[in-house]
Ligand binder design. Sequence first.
Ligand code: AHQ
Length: 236
Amino acid sequence: MSGHLWSNDEFIANLREVGKRRYHDKHPYHIRMHEGKLSPVQLRAWVANRFYYQKNIPVKDALILAKLPSREDRREWIQRIIDHDGREGAEGGIEAWIRLGEAAGIPREEMLDERRVLPAVRFAVDAYVNFCRLKPWPEAVASSLTELFAPDLVSRRIAVFEQLYPWIRPEGLEYFRNRLHQAPRDADHGLLLVLRECRHREDQEAAVAALAFKCEVLWALLDALQLAYPDEEAMR
Ligand code: AHQ
């Protein structure tokens, strides 16, 4: 019977199904990355363009923070902003991603001045920030639940970089190692908020749609890279 409220297990299964079908670990650019087939130019382009995504994460998280309904929810959520912006003595994820760039041969100023950011990457990331700015906070929180799928991808990525891209200096991987414990913690909290707040079927469906939207943001980022940095053989 359509329209009934999903049980928590059904709701979680529907959220996970989105990732099974549409998460960016299945994008050809990521698949070629994991096969060791990206050239240094293609990999540096990924690092420099993903930086625009990373630097906007605390911005979208601050937009969500302002909408959360309680002090307790905000005390938990604010940790995401600190994880990226850092604080005295802990430089944070944005700095760690800049170091990933330097470890891959991209000078700091070339990360910061965004000279390598592709138009479609900027549009996809800005669409994500505006989604979180304008949508009801449960949908904005639901769009972050791609983090349910991130730890598996990131742990595989660390091994891939170490084994197949040894020219990237190992200290550059610190960002990914930090995500291995930050992302599961974030996902647990995000899921708790979404399960607690979505008390009608239409809210549950809106949360699933929000997650599908976020998968498209991540997919579009890699589409832009694929178009701008095709494989040599694709050029023949
Ligand atoms: O490094 C990533 C990160 O900090 C975040 C925040 C989170 C969100 O709130 O939307 N999403 C996310 C992701 C990060 N890394 C991506 C990757 O492939 O390295 C994955 C991405 C995600 O799946 O949401």
